[in-house]
Design a protein around this ligand. Sequence first.
Ligand code: GTP
Ligand code: MG
Length: 215
Amino acid sequence: MKIKNSSFVISAVSKTQYPEDQLPEFAFAGRSNVGKSSLINMLLGRKGLAKTSSTPGKTQLVNFYDIDGIFRFVDLPGYGFAKVSKTQKAGWGKIIETYLHNRETLLEVFQLVDIRHTPSAEDIQMYNWIQTAGFNGIVIATKADKLNKNQIQKQLSVIRKTLGMEKDAVILPISSQTRDGKYEFWDMINELFEANEIEIFMERQDGSNKLLNNE
Ligand code: GTP
Ligand code: MG
């Protein structure tokens, strides 16, 4: 399918507010400003769907987006604000863990990290939480347009090493600005649908392929 309609569903504070219907979901986790909302907008071809201006208050919300009534993307609260209190940090952790451990329809979690930086202690913690909750965790290295090809390869291995990724664990460089990596992302979504025996197939959405060798 091609995406026809995508829409915002709800910003949930507690799990009683999560959508009740049983659509498959993919969640996006990562530090604030890493590019979660921009990625969701780029993937859906919608400029302003997910709000990209970041305020600390917004970090406490789990944002649900519906794609043609068939599946959902979930924008998880960002972490890593320098100025938040300990209480807020604990609140963030609880919200993420509540979501990860109570969502039967969650197929996979994408962990976003900025391709230019070595993952932080919180990134490592997040990656571990994802696995503790029973998911593989697919790492998405954002803002790849900021580096050249050699730098990208170098940073991918730094990120792999710092997060302690298994050899066969997936890391995908992507740019919401140039849309490099978009095809590969949707190919991966199709693989996840197939692995979960869900009969949805996403046609290649517009994008480009420059980052990988299989041009
Ligand atoms: P929170 O909602 O605070 O958790 O942040 P977020 O992870 O949703 O980040 P957001 O998408 O709002 O992007 C943060 C900033 O990074 C914005 O200024 C974006 O324009 C910029 N940005 C996001 N993706 C890219 C990218 O692929 N390339 C470049 N160059 N900039 C990007
Ligand atoms: Mg955001």
